[in-house]
Write a protein that binds this ligand. Structure first.
Ligand SMILES: Cc1cc2nc3c(=O)[nH]c(=O)nc-3n(C[C@H](O)[C@H](O)[C@H](O)COP(=O)(O)OP(=O)(O)OC[C@H]3O[C@@H](n4cnc5c(N)ncnc54)[C@H](O)[C@@H]3O)c2cc1C
Length: 445
């Protein structure tokens, strides 16, 4: 039955102008995967999932025709930006059509009075950032995959990253100011959503609307300077992280890596045997203050100069989940967790370290959460099986950490575990037959 419907839809898709069909077996495999292999649990869960058809529209009209055909033939449709998600967000659980958004990549409008930008979903963050810099602006939040990831994929599938130290997370009010979406209906509608209506589609894994363009806020551009600070002692390093974050300096990134991580990742931030390392992006007028704060506690301050965007070897590319990427490149037996630590953090970090030893290596990121400076952790975890991982997650929770489980496929389970009625309502409105990225919104199931 599905075979017949697939044949019929393929016949229709072939006739749509400005639509490319990618039918080779290798393309179907390639565009059915993301970076879920960081999780051994997701790896075994998702390995058999595969698109039946891959399409790449070049216009919004072609995209609408795909939506209409999927609705008419009851074929699942999964959207794909750059495919850099970590939880199988763009993996088609039920096969069907995977739609590549990369050709819808225009910057439609930049408003110099407000700094807001209206940009098509497939635009790469690096291209958007470059254009904004020409206007004296920059993105507030970027994933460490900012060179390869798309703006639509970041808003639908990401959460925060570089910039979170002062701008919090993507779902905080004020980042996403509006959306243009296409509904999954026959015929589909093209809707312009304001900030309030767009909220329910933010971080919903493309389950409740197809973004064609996004209106987002930006920040004044700062020439960020790279600084590292090395500490011999973990307690001192953590305390210095908190001191730097609370100082009156403008930061874009403030990460802390345990010495056993520093030894293994690429050495472009400088060699440091046995030292715990802070990686910091700071405004030019804050460099001397950080130097003074480091000197005061006897830590070693290193000024690396202004960020160089050209080659992918910046401190950004050692932070957030790039730390996990580099550690796994050396030894794929590492996986990871994501959590917000309770405050004060030290005793929790020490308790877990004393129980798990070198099976747990600390990687911390300073973030702003609901207006308050907090510390998030993305620890490297030695994979010892699901039972062991569950035990560790339980211990983290019991000690007061808020877990964002990266080993699950639904929006809710990777978040706070609760169903968001607005997300489900938006799906009802924009995808009444439940064909968009099926299986990822637990509230719908
Ligand atoms: C090494 C590494 C580091 C990372 N660091 C970070 C980080 O710092 N912060 C962070 O948040 N994430 C991070 N990630 C995860 C990921 O890179 C980001 O979330 C990224 O922004 C996803 O963008 P993408 O274009 O690759 O989206 P994809 O992976 O292609 O898609 C993500 C989700 O968005 C949906 N989607 C895509 N386009 C649309 C659309 N037009 N309309 C509706 N839904 C759509 C997809 O269906 C999918 O559910 C990291 C991943 C890796 C591998």
């Amino acid at each position: 039955m599905k075979e017949k419907r697939l044949k019929e839809i393929t016949f229709e898709l072939e006739k749509i102008p400005h639509l490319e069909l990618l039918e080779s077996s290798s393309d179907r495999d390639k565009f059915s995967r993301d970076f879920f292999e960081y999780s051994p649990i997701l790896t075994s869960q998702l390995k058999g999932c595969r698109a039946d058809i891959v399409v790449r529209p070049r216009t919004v009209e072609a995209l609408s025709s795909v939506a209409s055909a999927c609705a008419r033939h009851k074929i699942p449709l999964t959207l794909r930006g750059a495919g850099t998600g970590n939880y199988g967000q763009s993996v088609p659980l039920k096969g069907g059509v995977v739609m590549l958004m990369s050709q819808l990549n225009k910057i439609r409008n930049f408003d110099s009075a407000t700094g807001t930008v209206f940009v098509e979903s497939g635009c790469l963050l690096k291209d958007l950032e470059r254009e904004l810099l020409r206007h004296g602006r920059q993105l507030r939040l970027l994933p460490s995959t900012w060179r390869s990831a798309s703006v639509g994929g970041f808003v639908a599938g990401g959460s925060g990253g570089i910039g979170s130290v002062r701008w919090g997370f993507l779902r905080d009010p004020g980042h996403l100011l509006g959306l243009e979406i296409v509904t999954l209906q026959d015929p589909p509608e093209i809707l312009q959503l304001d900030e309030k209506s767009a909220e329910a589609l933010n971080h919903a894994y493309g389950t409740n609307g197809i973004f064609t363009a996004l209106k987002i806020s930006t920040a004044p551009a700062v020439k960020w300077q790279e600084v590292t600070i090395d500490c011999s002692d973990w307690t001192q390093a953590l305390s210095l992280l908190n001191t730097c974050v609370r100082a009156a300096v403008d930061l874009h990134l403030c990460s802390l890596l345990e010495n056993k991580i520093v030894e293994k990742i690429p050495s472009w931030s400088g060699k440091a045997i046995g030292k715990h390392r802070l990686l910091i992006l700071v405004a030019p007028d804050g460099v001397s203050t950080l130097n003074r704060l480091a000197f005061k506690v006897g830590a070693k301050f290193n000024f690396l100069g202004p960020e160089n965007y050209s080659n992918g070897t910046g401190l950004r590319e050692l932070s957030w989940n790039h730390t996990t990427l580099h550690m796994r490149a050396v030894d794929s037996g590492w996986t990871y967790l994501q959590m917000l630590l309770p405050c004060p953090e030290l005793s929790v970090l020490e308790t877990l370290k004393s129980r798990w030893g070198d099976d747990l290596l600390w990687h911390l990121e300073a973030v702003r959460q609901q207006g308050v400076q907090r510390i998030a952790a993305l620890p490297l975890v030695r994979w010892r099986g699901k039972e062991s991982l569950d035990k560790l997650m339980k211990e983290c929770k019991d000690l007061g950490a808020i877990l964002f489980n990266p080993h699950v496929i639904t929006v809710e389970d990777g978040g706070l575990g609760v169903i968001d009625a607005d997300q489900v309502k938006a799906k009802q409105d924009n995808d009444p037959t439940g064909l968009l990225n099926p299986g990822k919104l637990r509230g719908w199931l």
